[in-house]
Design a protein around this ligand. Structure first.
Ligand SMILES: N[C@@H](CCC(=O)NCCCC(=O)O)C(=O)O
Length: 287
């Protein structure tokens, strides 16, 4: 369910050209049909899944503002998805209003979701988020609704398609390339950790218009076995999977880096969100 631009323009003064306000009707002709901005579901995280949250705070669902701002930067309308893992009928009712799904970064997935016992290196978990994101990803992929996964989101796409994860890159892969460049380890979120090689002919290459890009990196897990219907479309110099995408018609793209933290002029950022929102517009017009 897209939102008429005419109802929201006062709150979104710098929309991209594709969402320009429709011309007003004149004495000589009728008004152009209103262009519509796609509604993009953005999943959330259980507040207390985050380290250091005081017990006294109420149970809450939260998400980093950057993800919502990235969506509005390219003309989308973000809709926060509450984690009603115990009420998937309500999640489904929300899903019916969406033109696209953005799955952000966050805590580790419980390995039970890909049928493995948990290693000691696995960090904090969020069972409600796992359940809701996996369900939403499966619905969206089945329906051809565009999905963009960022970091954990890319991992969710892979697991939703039946794939598995390395639970800890340092312990299981022994690479010397650092992927866990978190702010808690003294890195800025925009720290460019390493290059990635993008697969020629992939959706990702078409979006970024380049075959190599420098990326930031804030993760310790990565794709192990690839999910069904997915292809690997970017790798780090040490072979760690940096992006996956659907091999079918629908836009299903997951990247292991964090484009949302960059300003619009970064080559790994805005073009990806633009390609996603274009796919969401097309999807909303088709259904
Ligand atoms: N836990 C997974 C996914 C990592 C991830 O999504 N990191 C982003 C954290 C949120 C943030 O600080 O912005 C892994 O470690 O691989």
């Amino acid at each position: 369910m897209a939102v008429p631009v005419s109802q929201v323009m006062t709150h979104a003064p710098t929309l991209p050209a594709m969402f320009d306000a429709p011309a007003l009707g004149t004495a000589h002709g009728a008004a152009s049909p209103a262009l519509r901005r796609p509604v993009i579901g953005v999943t959330t995280q259980t507040l207390h899944a985050i380290e250091g949250i005081p017990d006294g705070l109420p149970e809450s669902w939260v998400m980093n503002q950057r993800y919502f701002r990235a969506v509005t930067m390219v003309g989308g309308v973000p809709l926060m998805i509450p984690l009603f893992a115990d009420d998937l009928a309500t999640v489904r009712a929300l899903y019916e209003h969406l033109d696209g799904l953005l799955i952000p970064g966050g805590v580790d997935m419980d390995p039970v979701n890909y049928g493995e016992p948990m290693r000691p290196e696995v960090g904090r978990l969020d069972a409600a988020r796992d359940a809701v994101e996996l369900q939403l990803a499966r619905w969206a992929i089945a329906d051809g609704m565009p999905v963009l996964g960022l970091c954990r989101g890319a991992q969710v796409i892979n697991v939703a398609c039946g794939g598995s994860l390395y639970q800890d890159i340092p312990a299981q892969l022994g690479t010397h390339l650092q992927h866990d460049c978190y702010p808690t380890r003294g890195f800025t979120r925009t720290h460019l950790a390493h290059p990635v090689a993008v697969t020629p002919g992939s959706r990702l290459e078409a979006a970024l218009e380049r075959s190599s890009v420098q990326v930031n990196s804030m993760h310790h897990q990565s794709v192990k076995t690839l999910g069904e219907g997915l292809a690997i479309t970017a790798v780090a110099p040490d072979g760690v999977v940096e992006a996956v995408e659907g091999t079918g018609e629908g836009f299903v793209v997951g990247v292991q880096w964090h484009p949302e933290v960059f300003d619009a002029d970064d080559p790994s950022s805005k073009p990806l969100f633009e390609a996603f929102v274009r796919a969401c517009v097309e999807y909303s017009e088709r259904r």
